[in-house]
Design a protein around this ligand. Structure first.
Ligand code: BG6
Ligand code: MG
Length: 211
């Protein structure tokens, strides 16, 4: 029996992708490093520093020290946080509120399992914070998706077995993290082509039929 649904945040609950894209693009353009939607898709679900490493791998002729990388990651986050200040309930993705209401009626717990260190701020900005029994974010994990850490920690805080949790993900790395955790995974958005997902959802509220 499914007792909990663990949602990824960026690209599943809230539309923040264009802000990540614009913030990274600003830096990549300045450094003359190629950056487009394809590279951006590879950043889904992975931590800020690992995202930077993926971007910098497009400039094999350039070398960056750890201090330089740290300051580029901080710069990206400052730009990104400025964008996040504009967030409002209008940025909640379609079907999300109905899904959370449906889970509540069914007595199924809702949780967040995100690689983002800005997760609480985002949830607060869009007014979703109170819907979740458990929120595990990038501040509480040491290994980013596709590692299972974020979802296993959420399950343990929910006091649920992995087999009782359904993960909802838009990132290929996130689908893999859910599978590695021994959970069923519903793929949405960019992850729908992932062969590893248990379910593919055209609309997030269709997950209510799976519970
Ligand atoms: C994930 C995003 O949710 O959070 C990634 O999909 C991002 O693209 C990661 O790199 C870390 O986000 P933040 O907010 O801590 O920089
Ligand atoms: Mg995501």
């Amino acid at each position: 029996m499914m007792r909990a649904v663990i949602f990824d945040l960026d690209g599943v609950l809230v539309s923040t992708d264009h802000f990540h894209y614009k913030a990274w693009k600003q830096i990549a353009d300045r450094l003359n490093i190629p950056f487009d939607e394809d590279v951006n898709n590879r950043l889904r679900g992975v931590s800020r520093m690992e995202s930077l490493d993926i971007i910098l791998s497009g400039a094999s002729d350039k070398q960056f020290t750890d201090d330089q990388k740290q300051s580029l990651a901080e710069e990206k986050n400052t730009v990104y946080r400025k964008f996040l200040e504009q967030l409002s309930p209008a940025d909640i993705l379609p079907g999300v509120t109905e899904t959370l209401e449906g889970l509540k009626v069914k007595g199924v717990a809702a949780a967040v399992g995100s690689s983002s260190k800005n997760a609480r701020f985002i949830l607060e900005q869009v007014g979703l914070l109170d819907w979740f029994a458990v929120i595990v974010d990038g501040n509480q994990i040491s290994r980013s998706k596709p590692d299972s850490e974020v979802f296993l920690l959420a399950a343990s805080q929910l006091e649920c077995d992995a087999s009782e949790c359904l993960v909802v993900e838009d990132a290929v790395a996130g689908v893999q993290a859910g599978v590695h955790a021994g959970m069923k995974v519903a793929a949405v958005g960019d992850a729908v082509n992932s062969k590893e997902a248990t379910y593919t959802l055209q609309r997030i509220d269709h997950l209510l039929k799976l519970i």
